[in-house]
Design a protein. Structure first.
Length: 311
């Protein structure tokens, strides 16, 4: 089976590597987003998918158009490969109907949710933020809509209490790689299942406004958002930005102190904050310009006192 692979971030890498290691499939080309400035020093670097493709096969053809559906030269090259299927995993650009129609078996997408729930750009983050206990992977026959195509196969995965977006993404990426291989092997016998739009919900891209913590929210809501938007959620403490990266709900309904104040110091663990409903233990933080540290080290270093405010 001849395959053109479309993908960009780390989430897509396990699927590409799985395809490249399987003798039944031949990846004849890779399409990824253009190189961008990343990390410290803003050095120009390739996408994770491009880097993985080069590492596995330096001779593999790779395209990185700014706007694929407008790039006639690239589209002509891809079409000339006469691929049996296009595999799409978090590519980052919308594919035109012309592209969707190119391969014999169409375009198959690996999506990080149990569709039709959490269509859109950030299904893993919003599943955690909304307190879901189960998520999974869906392989889907792509159409012109945003994650609206007919479903092929699904695989469920439990969201553990300690999971954040990073840990859950790794698990889902590996699950997606296995499910995609199963899907391709059965592609001619699977009966696509249309999605029920009435059961759908959308997961928009995460913005900076999602990162700021509102202590008026419930403890469980804040805890889930900190896990979901890891490692970016922040508050202000002593007029300095403070990222909060790991928490624990220690009481879901107790309100004994002013919202947003330090209610308790827990030896060896960290400090407790009063929320709009319940108490939240802060177990790990990152002060501005510093490395991650435990909540307890932060308490000792800053000599935090009960009653101090966060905003």
């Amino acid at each position: 089976m001849r395959i053109v692979f479309f993908g960009t971030p780390d989430f897509a890498v396990p699927t590409l590597e799985k395809l490249l290691s399987e003798p039944d499939f031949e990846v004849v080309g890779v399409v990824s987003q253009p190189d961008t400035r990343r990390g410290r020093g803003s050095q120009v670097s390739p996408s994770p998918v491009k880097a993985a493709a080069i590492a596995r096969n330096p001779n593999l053809k790779i395209w990185q158009p700014d706007r694929l559906k407008k790039d006639k030269a690239v589209l002509s090259e891809i079409e000339s490969l006469e691929a049996d299927v296009f595999v799409v995993v978090a590519y980052g650009q919308i594919l035109s109907q012309k592209i969707l129609n190119m391969p014999k078996h169409g375009c198959i997408n690996v999506h990080g949710s149990l569709l039709p729930k959490y269509r859109g750009a950030a299904p893993i983050q919003w599943a955690i933020a909304n307190g879901e206990s189960i998520t999974g992977i869906t392989t889907m026959q792509m159409d012109a809509g945003i994650d609206t195509g007919a479903m092929l196969l699904k695989a469920e995965l439990e969201i553990l209490p300690e999971d954040n977006t990073d840990t859950l993404s790794i698990k889902l990426a590996n699950l997606g790689a296995d499910l995609l291989i199963d899907t391709l092997r059965r592609v001619e016998t699977i009966t696509p299942e249309p999605q029920d739009d009435a059961l759908s919900c959308y997961s928009p891209m995460i913005g900076r406004e999602d990162w700021q913590l509102d202590w008026n929210l419930e403890a469980i809501t804040l805890h889930n958002r900190i896990r979901a938007f890891y490692p970016n959620c922040y508050t202000d403490f002593r007029e300095q930005r403070l990222k909060i990266t790991k928490t624990e709900v220690i009481c879901e309904d107790e309100n004994l102190n002013l919202v947003g104040t330090v209610a308790e110091i827990r030896k060896g663990k960290g400090f407790v904050v009063q929320t709009g409903k319940g108490l939240l233990l802060v177990k790990e933080v990152q002060p501005a310009g510093k490395k991650l540290q435990s909540g307890w080290d932060f308490v000792n270093g800053m000599r935090i006192e009960i009653g101090e405010s966060l905003s």
